[in-house]
Design a protein around this ligand. Structure first.
Ligand SMILES: Nc1ncnc2c1ncn2[C@@H]1O[C@H](COP(=O)(O)OP(=O)(O)OP(=O)(O)O)[C@@H](O)[C@H]1O
Ligand SMILES: [Mg+2]
Length: 321
């Protein structure tokens, strides 16, 4: 049966047991989310939130404690679906005596590509990630950012339908980040699905169709970037001039406040509301003094969530738990 989803995660849990320290670490505590085919999905969260753990379970590298993970409708380890998936791990652990050409050749072999396919695809990708000048250099001589570029090329070698990247922008300079953003958007244009984690929130905001914010192993927020922002008090402020007190009623459906100088402040949440408010202003012969957008960024939301997490930790420590 074909599924509309590239990834389906249901109540995923992972408990790391460290017998030596007699400790169990609940790294993932019931994550559920689905990624539709063709979506770019950003997986956000502070250090230690459980992003890499979830991704490693998804890629069949470690076992889950409970819950379900499906790739293209097939339960992990999705042996049939796996050849349609490209993966960039958090810390690429390549054979570092290889050059990027050799690495891509090896990856192509693993996926059963012919020699001609490997050369063509390898050359295209090396150029795409800007490593042509260093194609024969052993990876151990690469900088962090060059390594990351090689990792991305490797993740794309099998022309995957789903690309899973753990922090694809890490270690990259602004140009490198732009390159990765463009690569992700290119993949989307080709109808591919992308699932990636990142700390660089502006990048996530810029390319993701939907975003999940994970804190302490749980999904705290999930939605399109604008939905998440709407929930957290992003909004528009329109200052209307020339008003008398009775004019407040004209904007009855919005939050209003009379301010000094015969002014009225109208606050709206939706972008479309601005047009409506401006229409009412015009119709009633009033004037617009100022329109401002108070737009909280995902960065603010992320910091808010992450600091709530630290507060919880501090309180648990205080109460000795
Ligand atoms: N192999 C392991 N054994 C024990 N604990 C682990 C193991 N791997 C991860 N953890 C713990 O699980 C929790 C989640 O770690 P994870 O690497 O998934 O976080 P992350 O969200 O990827 O963080 P970062 O943003 O720093 O990459 C952390 O508390 C971490 O210490
Ligand atoms: Mg991680």
């Amino acid at each position: 049966m074909s599924s509309d989803f590239a990834i389906e995660i249901r109540d995923l849990k992972k408990l790391f047991v460290t017998p030596f320290l007699r400790k169990t670490i609940p790294a993932v505590q019931g994550i559920s989310l689905s990624v539709r085919k063709g979506e770019v999905f950003g997986f956000l969260g502070p250090n230690g939130a459980g992003k890499t753990t979830s991704i490693r379970i998804m890629m069949g590298l470690i076992a889950r404690t409970s819950g379900s993970v499906k790739l293209f409708g097939e339960e992990v380890p999705a042996r049939a679906a796996r050849h349609r998936v490209g993966f960039l791990p958090e810390a690429p652990y390549f054979y570092d005596y290889l050059s990027v050409s050799e690495l891509l050749d090896l990856t192509g072999r693993i996926f059963g590509m012919t020699g001609a396919q490997r050369r063509k695809r390898g050359d295209e990708l090396i150029e795409r990630v800007g490593l042509t000048h260093a194609r024969k250099t052993p990876l151990r001589k690469y900088s962090k950012g060059m390594m990351q570029r090689a990792g991305i090329a490797q993740a794309l070698m099998n022309d995957p339908d789903l690309v899973v990247c753990d922090e694809p922008m890490s270690g990259l300079d602004p140009l490198g980040r732009k390159l990765v953003r463009d690569i992700l958007l290119d993949l989307k244009d080709k109808g591919k699905t992308v699932f990636f984690s990142s700390h660089i929130l502006s990048d996530v905001e810029a390319v993701s169709d939907r975003v999940a914010i994970v804190v302490q192993g749980k999904v705290h927020d999930l939605g399109t970037p604008s939905e998440l922002l709407a929930e957290t008090g992003a909004g528009h402020k329109i200052i209307v001039g020339n008003t008398s007190e009775s004019d407040e009623e004209l904007f009855g459906q919005y939050e209003t406040q009379v301010t000094p100088g015969n002014r009225l402040r109208v606050t709206t949440e939706q972008d479309d509301d601005i047009k409506d408010v401006l229409g009412l202003v015009e119709k009633n012969g009033l004037s617009v003094v100022e329109v401002t957008t108070r737009r909280q960024s995902l960065e603010d939301l992320f910091v808010e969530r992450a600091s709530a997490h630290h507060t919880i930790h501090a309180e648990l420590r205080k109460s000795g738990q």
